[in-house]
Write a protein that binds this ligand. Structure first.
Ligand code: HEC
Length: 170
């Protein structure tokens, strides 16, 4: 009986693999300090914020790895506290203010960023602000930006409220 109960608990805590790419509901380690700053969503302000590496106290992937999507080269994702907490409970909708910053690395090092910021309560890629830039200068302009940018939404709607990176972060 105990074994059956344990098996049920393990199954019940696993995420539905159809919903997103979460391997399990692994909460953020107690006592972990993760910055909860929300990136600015005005392009010029965001580019300066990124160029100052303002996201480095977010929860990071341990290292850059090849992108499974069209982002090119290798990538390393950082998530703020609101998003980490939400991913850690397998939430199917992340809170407004949840944010992910993805570093884009090429042969010559850091070459830009892809960013998502949740701006509206409803689940789905249309509720996020999207930004991607292939230049690290503080004054550079993005290749893509905007609320619900449809360059980004079709593919990201396959994720868990638009998040495609596997959780827990690798
Ligand atoms: C054809 C699919 C596809 C498209 C289009 C796409 N992405 Fe992604 N994106 C991915 C995948 C897959 C990942 C997971 C990490 C990886 O392998 O790069 C990802 C990860 C991310 C992440 C890290 C957080 C997360 O969701 O995992 C951000 C931020 C991001 N993308 C932003 C963008 C932006 C901005 C655009 C549009 C300019 C965009 N993406 C378009 C496939 C896509």
């Amino acid at each position: 009986m105990r074994t059956i109960l344990l098996a049920f608990l393990v199954l019940a805590s696993a995420c539905d693999p159809e919903v997103g790419s979460l391997a399990e509901c692994a909460p953020v380690a107690a006592g972990a300090t993760i910055d909860d700053t929300v990136p600015p969503i005005v392009d010029a302000d965001l580019q300066g914020w990124l160029a100052s590496a303002s996201y480095v106290a977010y929860l990071p992937e341990s290292a850059a790895h090849p992108s499974a999507g069209p982002h090119g080269g290798s990538v390393r994702t950082f998530v703020n506290r609101a998003l980490a907490g939400s991913l850690g409970t397998c939430a199917t909708s992340h809170p407004v203010g949840a944010a992910a910053v993805k570093e884009l690395h090429g042969d010559a090092g850091l070459r830009g960023w892809a960013v998502m910021v949740k701006t509206r309560p409803a689940a789905g890629a249309a509720s996020w602000y999207w930004y991607e830039v292939f230049d690290t200068a503080p004054g550079a302009t993005p290749a893509f930006s905007g609320q619900g940018d449809d360059t980004c939404t079709g593919c990201h709607d396959g994720g868990l409220d638009a998040i495609r990176t596997a959780w827990p972060l690798g």
